[in-house]
Write a protein that binds this ligand. Structure first.
Ligand SMILES: Cc1cc2nc3c(=O)[nH]c(=O)nc-3n(C[C@H](O)[C@H](O)[C@H](O)COP(=O)(O)O)c2cc1C
Length: 374
């Protein structure tokens, strides 16, 4: 007894209250119904859709493919407009995608249609890929999933992706680079073609270190077809200066049939350029062996090694240059007594610049990148 209310009255009150609130308790439970780990008979189309989405978000291939038809035929139109038309390819697509990390994809369900044995969902999938080198890639797409019933389970038989929004954020404050990473990117950005040098001697140790980096460039079939001809003989380089001048003027005369005055102007310019280009204490002729296993690729192999060399040289404070035009292959091979089977990729100085050049105009990144397709 309390406040004059009998215990019989209290139990009646509880029963009446329960009758009122129980439908709401049931509704609350309904809303929180757990999504199963795998598809099972009796799930509604929307529940199957939720399982499909949750499996993608958790990179759970097994869960995902329990919602996908067992039939071999499938229809998937990717964000890039590519058609994938078998279940196996759809599987491989997701397998590949799920290997990636650092992405997420919230989903907004817009519409569900569930008929007796077919139906569809329309949703927006907000894909976000935090790629460390390119900011955050964002892709928002409409996804229409088409379902049919197989063994009393809803299964996806078609998937049409329509991109609505695709871009990369300029800057993503969540992504941080440590000093070593920043250093590497700075070196790459600050590599410059240098055309005039100080005569400061370069330690042999540095040349070896640079070439040791160059040899880690990729090559076709790992054939590593290089020879790095190192030239530091000043007398020989002065001779090359004279020769290169003659080679150039000879070709110039052949090509444009110039007046005496033209020749004088060009001669002065070429002498001046060669004076700068050949002012370094050390040069490397990057050569590739055309008798290697994949001769059609040696040019790429050589060019990549030259690129690595230039970046490595920059890390030690040196300027370089992918010099070609003053140094024609046939003449250079003769001059340096290079065996016939080698191709000259470039002739590059390694030296302390007289002055680091300004960055020449570079195209904007956004004008160079195409994500997925044109
Ligand atoms: C295939 C190729 C050939 C080149 N030929 C020459 C050349 O003959 N003489 C020269 O001074 N620079 C040459 N260069 C260097 C470019 O002029 C230079 O890379 C470009 O102007 C951009 O400047 P940067 O290297 O400082 O970024 C060549 C570069 C490449 C990739």
């Amino acid at each position: 007894m309390y406040l004059g209310v009998s215990s019989g009255f209290i139990s009646k009150l509880i029963i009446i209250l329960m009758m009122f609130i129980s439908p709401f308790i049931l509704l609350a439970f309904e809303g929180q119904k757990q999504i199963p780990i795998k598809n099972k008979p009796g799930l509604s189309l929307e529940e199957t859709f939720n399982l499909y989405v949750r499996s993608i978000q958790k990179s759970d291939l097994e869960g995902l493919f329990s919602t996908v038809t067992e039939d071999e035929e499938f229809f998937f139109l990717t964000a890039g407009g590519k058609l994938i038309d078998t279940r196996e390819q759809y599987y491989k697509f997701h397998e590949e995608w799920f290997k990636g990390e650092n992405w997420d994809m919230p989903v907004d369900l817009i519409d569900v249609y569930e008929a007796k044995d077919y139906g569809y969902t329309l949703a927006i999938f907000h894909y976000r890929d935090k790629s460390p080198s390119a900011g955050m890639r964002i892709l928002d797409s409409y996804f229409t999933l088409i379902f049919h019933k197989e063994n009393n389970m809803w299964k996806v038989i078609g998937d049409i992706c329509t991109p609505v929004n695709r871009y990369t954020t300029e800057e993503n404050l969540e992504i941080k680079y440590d000093e070593k990473q920043e250093y590497l990117f700075d070196i790459i950005r600050n590599r410059r073609t240098v055309r005039r040098f100080k005569s400061t001697p370069i330690p042999k140790e540095h040349i070896i270190k640079i070439l040791n980096a160059a040899r880690f460039a990729p090559t076709s079939g790992n054939q590593q077809p290089w020879k790095f001809l190192v030239i530091s003989d000043r007398e020989k380089l002065n001779k090359l200066k004279e020769k290169a001048f003659l080679w150039y003027i000879e070709k110039y005369k052949e090509k444009v049939n110039p007046t005496k005055e033209d020749i004088e102007i060009v001669s002065d310019a070429v002498k001046n350029s060669l004076e700068g280009a050949l002012s370094a204490p050390v040069y490397i002729a990057v050569l590739v062996d055309s008798k290697e296993k994949y001769p059609e690729y040696v040019i790429y192999d050589g060019t990549l090694a030259a690129g690595y060399l230039m970046i490595a040289a920059r890390a030690l404070g040196y300027g370089t240059g992918f010099f070609t035009s003053f140094f024609p292959e046939d003449k250079m091979k003769e001059f340096f007594n290079i065996p016939k089977q080698y191709n000259l990729i470039c002739f590059t100085p390694i030296a302390v610049p007289l002055k680091w050049p300004e960055v020449p105009p570079k195209k904007e990144l956004k004008d160079l990148i195409i994500f997925e397709s044109f």
